[in-house]
Design a protein around this ligand. Structure first.
Ligand code: PXP
Length: 240
């Protein structure tokens, strides 16, 4: 377990591998349990509208197990809000979703979609579920997230991971602003052993959600070794 920054492991890619053959193996719940046994602080799953990786039965099984907190990523739709209210994960992270995208490509436009987001967030909050919004590190999006009732923002680190100049500074400023307006701050997307340290070093960030790199690395070194090394790098960055 990390000292003061949590690692949530995204197991969607396990479902992608399973679905490639149509059978039950490898099972995302079994892998989630292995991640928790290796010290992961949480498990993230994204039930997409098209069910291209995680399926309803996976979400039921993983939320029912809940051996560590489950972060349930979803689009802001009535169907997904209904599923989340039934499954009662520890937290929901609302993400933008387009059927044609390979992965979640950009952050939510909270500023432009207040009217759609506010009722979904209110419904989840009423069910006792903390809501996170996955946003780009933009001050207007951070402020709007607080205004629509989110408890958490997850900052999209994809552009940083792709080497966009100035992005680390934008992330640092957005994390500081999130704390200032009373939001817990998380981050994720595209993080690897090579780029995680500067993000983990941002003091306001309480949690990183990492999937693709960890699953790829697990093929080479095993899941426990991949998780332990990521946590070691996160903790080391925190202590500097
Ligand atoms: N956080 C969110 C909200 C995501 O949508 C994803 C990708 O599914 C991640 C974190 C993890 O990204 P990656 O798989 O690149 O580590």
């Amino acid at each position: 377990m990390s000292v003061n920054i949590r690692l949530g492991v995204n197991v969607d890619h396990v479902a992608t591998l399973r679905n490639a053959r149509g059978g039950p193996h490898p099972d995302p719940l079994t892998v989630a349990k292995a991640c928790a046994a290796a010290g992961a602080d949480g498990i993230t799953i994204h039930l997409r509208e098209d069910r291209r990786h995680i399926r309803d039965a996976d979400a039921v099984a993983i939320c029912g197990w809940a051996g560590v907190p489950v972060n349930f990523e979803m689009a802001a739709t009535d169907e997904m809000a209904g599923i989340a209210c039934k499954l009662r994960p520890h937290g929901v992270c609302i993400v933008p979703e387009r059927r044609t995208e390979i992965t979640t490509e950009g952050g939510l436009d909270v500023v432009g979609q207040r009217a759609t987001l506010a009722p979904v967030i209110a419904r989840l909050n009423a069910a006792g579920i903390a809501v996170s919004l996955f946003i780009d590190p933009d001050p207007a999006q951070v402020r709007a997230s607080a205004e629509v009732g989110a408890a958490v923002v997850e900052l999209h680190t994809g552009a940083y991971a792709n080497g966009k100049p100035g992005e680390l500074q934008r992330l640092a400023a957005a994390a500081a602003l999130a704390a200032e307006v009373g939001l817990e701050c998380h981050a994720g997307h595209g993080l690897t052993f090579d780029n995680v340290a500067p993000i983990a070093a941002l003091p306001e960030i309480r949690e990183l959600n990492i999937g693709h790199f960890l699953m790829g690395e697990a093929l080479l070194t095993g899941l426990p070794a991949a998780i332990h090394e990521m946590q070691r790098l996160m903790d080391a960055a925190r202590k500097v």
